[in-house]
Design a protein around this ligand. Sequence first.
Ligand code: RAT
Ligand code: ZN
Length: 416
Amino acid sequence: MNEEIRQLRERTVHLANTLPVTDMHTHLYAPEYGELLLWGVDELLVYHYLVSESFRRTDQPYDEFWSLSKKEQADLIWQRLFVDHSPVSEAASGFITMLNRLGIDVSSRNLDDYREAFAKRSVNEQVDAVMEIAKVERIVMTNDPFDPLERPVWEAGNGKKDPRFYAALRVDSLLNNWPFAVQELNKQGYLVEEAWTEGTKNEVRRFLKEWIIRMDALYLAVSMPGDFAYPAEHHRTSMIDEVMIPVCQEQGIPFALMIGVRRASNPGLKLAGDMSMKSDVSAMEALCRKYPEQKFIVTMLARENQHELAVLARKFRNLMIFGCWWFLNTDSIVEEMTRFRIELLGTTMIPIHSDCRVFEQLIYKWEYSRKIVGEVLADKYVKLLESGWRVTDEEIKRDLEDMYHRNFWRFLGREA
Ligand code: RAT
Ligand code: ZN
């Protein structure tokens, strides 16, 4: 029996580490997007997760740091987090893992050596190599039509050239910064005003529809503060009920909500200054109940909300929960969440997304998470084995493929 258990674990962990995945929410771009595609040593070091950690090690004024070049910022972060102290945090150890898996000798501890190793690669080579190492087959980007760097790529017809990359239409400002959205919509020729008139609703619906079609967007996506309430006497409720849900239904796409972020809690840190907030799961409960035909893809940022959200997914099959988002994407929390999600939902959820911003991060984020998924699933199979139920390799593969890509594509109605 012990030998059988050992083999079962080994097979499960091996498959979990090697089967291809779809990364269903990232901030990565295909090479056609030029400078929007972030990669390389300096981008990796100025990742906002590392920026916030590095400020714990210094009294340097924020503005002084931001006035430096990217290379100088990277040098400081390297010194503070990797040289003066050991890189044991998730994001810092991830940087070392990633270098190692790319075949770079980390022992010199000399940043310029690493920079030199990267300089020998072209962006296309790096994208191919990273996807190969991480075994990431398909990547969903985050696409914002109001982004001045991104819009021209779509307008030139280059947004969906690389078949490995898919679009998700991001609509944060429509829900969270309406005055700004009105300005941007006007710039693009949509006749909207801040007042919630019939004409404005029609034009926002037209905007969403045109961009969904242009991008072939897989889903509509937004991040929300923890105090998001629904239904409420609020612009958000009108926008969701009268514009977003009707357009999603007409276009047959899910609505993805990432709930629980307080933006700019510490503005001096810029992108690194956002805070995690507890959310009210009953807003999602009300949405799922009101719109049984609409599919929702949801993640929340507070650890405190995770169990209730998993229970909600037991009640509503139009709800797909996904990922261990941002501050939850650490070994101990990924393990806790993956374990109780499997216990409550079986394999009917999407355990992992990377949220990568810099291309090479795919390597460590997926390696760390796959290991945990494999170990948790192996525990469950061992429990079955102890009652005489033997899972075959085909069944292990099926279960992992459900979680790694099939649940996502099937939920979208785009199963290959
Ligand atoms: O995880 C992150 O990098 C965050 O900065 C956010 O971008 C978040 O994931 C989001 O999509 O809003
Ligand atoms: Zn994100």
